[in-house]
Every structure is written in structure tokens, then in C-alpha cells.
Design a protein around this ligand. Structure first.
Ligand SMILES: *Cc1c(COP(=O)(O)O)cnc(C)c1O
Length: 358
């Protein structure tokens, strides 16, 4: 697709940019540009541009504001030792974006256009790459219904955008083990619902249980299945892996209520290649507790693009709190994190063809 490059009337001065990217935190600093592509039924995708990042004008009746027809992706551009920028499995994000679009009755964006759009923005804003250790350029492609219409049906007009945010490490100091609250009153996704789609509504619904977790002194909330309120599903935005003392690893199976994480899929492959037996199987909250207490369970890790791989140190469930292993980062969690980060950042060989140059 041809992207029109629109001039920026007042790009951020170099000194202000350097200051902004010196310690960017997560998700608060944005680059100067954005990608915009318009969609209209009958016409398809058109008017692709890379232009100044600016507010978008919406009719107050735009369907996204009323019925939440919206999907998004989260990915990162990494800097390799030779100074080049690279994406990690961007075609997997493109595929998942269209799977989310299917569930939300939205049009597909061709996978090559998705990948190209991200590359266009990374190239345009390459000088926004943060200098900090562990830094990356976080990319947020998203699509929403922009048609002005209050009837309930799929919209006929959509906007697709990509914005970029320089980010440091998700956690300020290294890789601390997180503490997790098991949600009793709320679920994230039900069978037949939208749990496998990356859509804003799932996050809106997770904010109250997440706030409850914080109020109880924890970092994150873990959700149980909606039917039996027994099987562990995932965190608000990260998938889970349970490591046993016999070298086997369990991760909850996909099946409509869990977001199919690309980090999850990559970890399954890396752990399997390391000779570990990874089982995609249901694992209950009671078993988690019993195995942690008996020592059969030695580690638990949470994974996703933003924080990569994060150890879970403590859990507070309906029957009380328990500690995983020593409560700190476990051996396998640290090793597999280093391996994955090494591939993403180009310090370890990419034997899977996961890395795409920008
Ligand atoms: C995005 C997301 C993940 C992680 O997916 P990655 O592709 O690994 O970043 C996990 N759970 C939820 C609910 C998500 O939205």
C-alpha cells in the first residue's frame, strides 16, 4: 500500500526529545508521528498516511463511543547491537489483529499492510528510540468504528491507526517477583465471549478487579474460569506458566477465554526445545496452592510483550495466601527470559525466523 508522508509543522526539538526519552517509563511519552488508514464499506482501505501525531475528530455518534467496536495490538521495536531496529514476530500480531476483527465484526486489514504500517512508523520515528537499558519503542496499532450511527450493527466506516511510545523497562528495578490476587467476584471472559480478542472492553471489565488487587496490596489480578470458578485463566494482560519440580510445565489451554499471547507461544517453543515437557492443560487454583505448599510447583511466570517474562512470587486466593518457591525469581523464569530478550534484542541467534528487520 502507498503511504502518503505528511509533513510535520513543528516536530519536537532534539533537546526536548532527548529529555523525554532519557527515562520514559511506560506509555506516557509519544513520538511525533502516527499512521492513519481509513476504511469504508464498498471502498475498502484507503488514504494511508504517516503524518503528525494529532487529535482525531470524531462525530459524537461514532459507534465506538457507544458500542465499543474496537481492537488493538501491542508490539515492540528493538535495537540490535549493530544499531538496526527490528520487530519480533510482527506477522503473528497481524494475524491476531484479524482474528480479533472477526470476533468484533470488523473488516480485515491485509497482514502485509499491517506489518508495513508498523515499519513505516518505526522508520519515521527511529530517533525516538530510548537510550535506557532495556528500552524499546512500544507500538500500538488499533482500529475502531467511526461511523456516526446509533443503530446496533457493525459499522460501515473504520479508522486504523498506529502510534508509538518509547518505553523503558516495564518494572523500574530489574525483574521483581509480582504478587497476585485471585479475583473471586469477577471473571474476565466467559465461553462464547470475547476473551480471545484483543479488544478494549476486556480491559474495561478488568479495571475493578485490578483495583481490588491493588487495594489488597497486590500487583496484579488473576482470573478464574467463569463456569466453575476453579480453573486458572490468565492475568488482566499476561498469560501464565507453572513450572514443576520434575521439569514439566503447565500453561492454561487456549479455547476462547484466554488471549493467545505471542510471548506465550514463543515460550512454549523455547521451553520445549530445551527438553521440557510443556502441557497446555487446565490447572486449578486449589492445585496451584497444594503444589506450591508441597514444593512440587517450583516457579510461576507471567508473560506478555510489555513486561516479557515476570516471576510470580506470592498469591492470595480464597483459602489464604501462599508463596511460590522462595518468593523471588526462579531459575527457569530468569533463563527463559534472558533467552527471549536475547533473541528480541539480537544478542542471541534467531533460529526461528522470529526477527524482522525494519
Ligand atoms: C496482549 C495480551 C496478552 C499477551 O500477549 P502478547 O502477544 O504476549 O503480548 C495476554 N493477555 C491479554 C489479556 C492480552 O491482552
Amino acid at each position: 500500500m502507498d503511504f502518503t508522508h505528511l509533513p510535520h509543522p513543528s516536530p519536537t526539538p532534539a533537546d526536548a526529545r532527548e529529555k523525554a526519552i532519557a527515562d520514559p517509563g511506560f506509555g506516557t511519552v509519544f513520538t511525533d508521528h502516527m499512521v492513519l488508514i481509513e476504511y469504508e464499506e464498498g471502498r475498502g482501505w484507503h488514504s494511508a498516511s504517516v503524518g503528525p501525531r494529532e487529535p482525531i475528530t470524531l462525530d459524537p455518534a461514532a459507534s465506538v463511543l457507544h458500542y465499543a467496536q474496537e481492537i488493538f495490538e501491542g508490539m515492540k521495536a528493538y535495537k540490535h547491537p549493530d544499531g538496526s531496529l527490528a520487530l519480533f514476530r510482527p506477522e503473528a500480531n497481524a494475524r491476531r489483529f484479524n482474528a480479533s476483527a472477526d470476533r468484533m465484526a470488523m473488516p480485515h486489514l491485509p497482514e502485509d499492510v499491517f506489518v508495513q504500517s508498523v515499519q513505516e512508523l518505526v522508520r519515521k520515528d527511529a530517533d525516538w528510540f530510548p537510550a535506557v537499558e532495556g528500552g524499546s519503542l512500544y507500538l500500538r496499532p488499533f482500529m475502531f468504528a467511526s461511523e456516526a450511527f446509533l443503530g446496533v450493527r457493525p459499522a460501515k466506516k473504520y479508522k486504523y491507526l498506529v502510534i508509538a511510545s518509547p518505553v523503558g523497562n516495564y518494572f523500574k528495578s530489574g525483574v521483581p517477583a509480582v504478587s497476585i490476587w485471585v479475583s473471586r467476584d469477577y471473571v474476565r471472559a466467559a465461553p462464547g465471549g470475547t476473551g480471545a480478542a484483543k479488544t478494549g472492553g476486556n480491559y474495561a471489565a478488568s479495571l475493578v478487579p485490578q483495583a481490588e488487587a491493588i487495594a489488597k496490596g497486590h500487583d496484579q489480578v488473576v482470573f478464574l474460569d467463569a463456569v466453575e470458578r476453579k480453573w486458572i485463566e490468565e492475568l488482566g494482560g499476561m498469560n501464565l506458566f507453572f513450572v514443576m519440580d520434575d521439569g514439566s510445565v503447565i500453561t492454561p489451554p487456549l479455547g476462547g477465554t484466554i488471549l493467545p499471547g505471542i510471548t506465550r507461544d514463543s515460550l512454549i517453543q523455547l521451553l520445549t526445545e530445551q527438553g521440557l515437557k510443556v502441557r497446555e492443560e487446565r490447572y486449578s487454583i486449589d492445585q496451584w496452592r497444594a503444589d506450591a505448599e508441597s514444593g512440587k510447583l517450583v516457579e510461576t511466570m507471567a508473560c506478555g510483550t510489555a513486561a516479557v517474562v515476570t516471576p510470580v512470587g506470592r498469591v492470595e486466593g480464597p483459602e489464604g495466601a501462599f508463596t511460590i518457591g522462595s518468593g523471588g525469581p526462579g531459575q527457569l523464569t530468569q533463563a527463559v527470559r534472558e533467552k527471549l530478550v536475547g533473541i528480541q534484542r539480537g544478542t542471541m541467534a534467531d533460529t526461528h525466523g522470529w526477527v524482522t528487520a525494519v
